[in-house]
Design a protein around this ligand. Structure first.
Ligand SMILES: C[S@@+](CC[C@H](N)C(=O)[O-])C[C@H]1O[C@@H](n2cnc3c(N)ncnc32)[C@H](O)[C@@H]1O
Length: 243
């Protein structure tokens, strides 16, 4: 059954995703982490982000360092590690998630050269004085309250030397309807469909995220279902867009 269409007029900031519940069923949670790659492959556009934004930065010095915040099952950093390797870059990726269950799942998968996982908040890395060429996140911002979002963006500016790129779902009726129908026959035994719909309800619209994003950041509506926050902003003809 397709869920009754909820009002998406305002952000459902109080709606809780199943995966965020401390008592979530571990088998379902792990199946959810294991299935994120499919959702990301279809909706997230990280290959495009890699080619357009990341590759030119790594190409300039033959590699570099990247931090992924809220890495969940770890499939986005794993993809980036493979693409960078194929391009001949020496890239060191740190993927962090504060949830011990996500960390345990991601770090139990076969190791990839240059990719390490750590259970941590971005604030811990700031306190340790760490920095990375590039800081990214995927589908993480909607988990945060507005004050947490500002703190996360401040952390990522401190941690990211060259580029910060945060991609998240945009709340829209289209996104909700397409995700609801598109995932209906799939993902049994996981939280993907229920949490995906909750995520859309929790997400910002393009206008809302532009309003809360601090000055200096660029807020782009990448596709009709995706917001992208970029620091520093891209100018037209910016060479990081090449590739
Ligand atoms: C929807 S999952 C996305 C996982 C992964 N980035 C992906 O795209 O498949 C959101 C992840 O963000 C993590 N998260 C929630 N709050 C966070 C915070 N304040 N800092 C870092 N990660 C957080 C959660 O533990 C969860 O693993």
């Amino acid at each position: 059954m397709i869920a009754v269409f909820p009002s998406l007029a305002t952000r459902a900031a109080d709606a809780v995703e199943e995966m965020d519940r401390p008592d979530a069923d571990l088998q379902r949670l792990e199946r959810t982490y294991a299935q994120f790659w499919l959702v990301n492959a279809v909706v997230s556009g990280w290959r495009r982000n890699y080619v357009r934004y990341l590759r030119p930065i790594f190409a300039a010095s033959g590699g570099g360092t990247l931090l992924d915040i809220g890495s969940g099952g770890g499939d986005v950093p794993r993809c980036i590690a493979r693409w960078a390797r194929r391009d001949g870059f020496a890239l060191e990726i740190t993927a962090i998630d504060p949830d011990p269950r996500a960390h345990a799942f991601a770090s139990a998968l076969p190791a990839l050269p240059g990719l390490s996982f750590r259970q941590a908040y971005s604030s811990e890395l700031v306190a340790e004085g760490r920095s990375y060429d590039v800081v990214i996140s995927n589908h993480m911002l909607h988990h945060l309250a507005p004050a947490e979002l500002l703190a996360l963006l401040a952390d990522s500016r401190r941690l990211g030397r060259k580029l910060c790129l945060h991609s998240d779902i945009e709340r829209s009726r289209w996104a909700y309807a397409l995700f609801s129908v598109g995932t209906l026959p799939f993902f049994p035994g996981s939280f993907i469909r229920a949490d995906g719909l909750t995520s859309i309800r929790r997400s910002f619209t393009a206008a809302e995220i532009a309003e809360v994003t601090p000055q200096g950041w660029q807020s782009l509506q990448q596709r009709p279902w995706q917001n992208l926050l970029v620091y520093p902003p891209f100018a037209r003809g910016d060479d990081r867009r090449a590739g």
